[in-house]
Design a protein around this ligand. Structure first.
Ligand SMILES: [Zn+2]
Length: 217
């Protein structure tokens, strides 16, 4: 029955590549392969006052195909894109570029609950699950976003820092105390969101926090 339903769904709502608009997949193999994975650890350092040890950036934002896939994932709610987008992060993990990445557990940057309810999912959480599955690490919901912040888009770096300051808490410090945390998000811009998360994790007793993002815009 499900089989016929799937066929019907494919006929009524055919999959179409968000990159090149060819039919057959949400994001086709050639668009996926057009994305450039970083071969060395991204040189861009977090803000000088940041507590983050390292920021790992899997893929270059230059390819329009990646920008379109990310947009469709976040704003057109194509959750099926979590697989290939998470796949890029896994590919990065498999490469030598990720040598030195240290983690005992993974934590995804949380959304404010109202925003997650609106979107229906947390994009960072889906990416974190792909990475956790590959690295055999659990994804732990250690952080909570306790205030609804303005979207960071359109704010300059100091305003972004101020906007997210104190926005995150660790409700149960015991889960991160003494552990090395890999903090996962989809995109890094100035790094202020990741830094605010890292501060909350250190306050809860984490011994090391590194960030791992799909891309940097
Ligand atoms: Zn395509």
């Amino acid at each position: 029955m499900l089989f016929f339903f799937n066929i019907l769904a494919d006929v009524l709502f055919p999959k179409r590549c968000v990159g090149c608009e060819r039919y057959g997949a949400w994001w086709c193999q050639s668009c996926y392969k057009s994305v450039t994975l970083h071969t060395v650890q991204d040189a861009s350092t977090p803000p000088s006052d940041s507590v983050l040890k390292t920021v790992w950036v899997a893929a270059s934002y230059d390819q329009e195909s990646l920008q379109r896939a990310l947009h469709a994932f976040k704003y057109q709610f194509v959750t099926a894109l979590a697989k290939p987008l998470g796949g890029l992060m896994v590919d990065f993990c498999k490469s030598t570029a990720s040598a030195g990445m240290q983690a005992d557990m993974i934590v995804a940057v949380p959304l404010f609950y109202k925003r997650e309810r609106w979107r229906g999912f947390n994009q960072a959480q889906l990416l974190a699950q792909a990475v956790g599955h590959h690295r055999n690490l659990s994804v732990v919901p250690a952080l909570k976003r306790q205030v609804s912040t303005r979207p960071q888009v359109g704010l300059d770096a100091p305003a972004r820092r101020l906007n997210v300051q104190g926005a995150f808490i660790c409700p149960n410090p015991a889960v991160v105390a003494g552990r090395r945390v890999l903090l996962v998000d989809d995109v890094i811009s100035t790094g202020s969101t990741l830094a605010a998360c890292a501060e909350a994790l250190y306050q809860a007793g984490a011994v090391r926090v590194e960030a791992f993002v799909l891309t940097k815009n």
